[in-house]
Design a protein around this ligand. Structure first.
Ligand SMILES: C[S@@+](CC[C@H](N)C(=O)[O-])C[C@H]1O[C@@H](n2cnc3c(N)ncnc32)[C@H](O)[C@@H]1O
Length: 301
């Protein structure tokens, strides 16, 4: 018996309408190399909605009743690939150079809040990696620069008076749900060494659950990077492997928004294969040990 199901024809005009709608909603742009993927996902959603033409599907998506379906479609179009400690040289640069600089500068100013945003956090491995790196960096910092008072017992992950706020956001609700649960299997845990597992995870049957103390540093939130209502006052933004799905105009708009979402002299990390080259003059590039970070340039400089 054939497993092939009949495909509903998708005309060029219908494809264009749907492509434009998706672009307007979330910034994702499907060029010729990715239309095959788009067509496949559209066919699946059309079938799930039991509709007979893509024009009626478009009408549904643009109607008030179609909001839920629009979210489902966008979720089906996002690529959620991620991992713990993804691209280690970038994270080393973050931990050894950027965090160290921030901690010193902030301590001098008696500003004890460190705020980091993982924009496009997928299933959470990135913000949890960042939280672990920050906690380790703070512990190491205070090993070398002891606090002027006794550390409370048991030692908190974030030594007072520091306050660490990590915002982790995504457009994909189900990815965010997984991120908020913080439960990972052995394969996902592969990049996490045993000492780190012992410090930050509990074993739950054959899986690993992020400890509540680490989780409490992270606030998971829905944010569509296409909108203007984005987390403000960040010291560092990580937006890795997200812009790659946007066209140049949308990338430029996004980088401008990131500029406004950062504190003065704040830092932006983009994916290893992404770059701000040609997109902006408002950041300057720091490249060290095979890793790049962009720092906000201040107008008076
Ligand atoms: C490939 S994952 C990257 C995850 C993580 N940053 C990393 O590098 O491992 C891309 C993520 O960007 C999210 N995304 C795509 N478009 C978005 C948008 N307009 N607003 C917010 N998140 C978006 C996707 O849902 C997906 O989870």
């Amino acid at each position: 018996m054939s497993t092939l199901t009949a495909q509903v024809p998708l005309t060029d005009a219908e494809l264009k309408l749907l492509q434009t709608l998706i672009y307007q909603e979330c910034g994702m742009y499907f060029d010729e190399r990715r239309t095959h993927f788009l067509r496949d996902r559209l066919q699946r959603r059309l079938k799930a909605c039991n509709l007979e033409s893509f024009y009626s599907y478009y009408r549904l998506l643009t109607s008030r009743e179609g909001k839920q379906e629009l979210h489902l479609l966008l979720e089906n179009l996002t690529v959620n690939e991620t991992s713990f400690y993804r691209v280690r040289p970038q994270l080393d640069l973050f931990q050894r150079r950027i965090l160290e600089t921030l901690l010193h500068k902030k301590q001098d100013r008696r500003d004890w809040t460190l705020r980091i945003w993982s924009a496009g956090c997928s299933t959470g491995q990135e913000p949890y990696s960042l939280a672990m790196l920050v906690c380790d960096a703070l512990a190491y910092y205070y090993l070398r620069n002891p606090l002027p008072f006794d550390m409370p017992v048991p030692k908190p992950l974030v030594p007072p008076p520091w306050k660490v706020e990590i915002v982790a956001s995504d457009i994909n609700y189900s990815a965010l749900l997984t991120a908020g649960q913080g439960i990972y299997n052995e394969i996902q845990m592969e990049p996490v060494d045993y000492a780190t597992r012992l410090r930050y995870f509990d074993k739950a049957a054959d899986k690993y659950a992020v400890k509540a103390t680490l989780k409490s540093l992270i606030q998971f939130d829905f944010h569509n990077l296409k909108t203007e209502f984005l987390p403000q006052r960040n010291d560092v933004i990580f937006c890795r492997n997200v812009m790659i799905y946007f066209d140049e105009a949308e990338q430029k708009r996004l980088v401008d928004k990131f500029y406004r979402c950062l504190n003065p002299e704040g830092y932006l990390f983009v994916g290893h294969a992404e770059s701000l080259f040609g997109l902006t003059k408002k950041f300057h590039m720091i490249h060290e040990n095979n890793a790049t970070v962009y720092q906000r340039v201040e107008e008076a400089q």
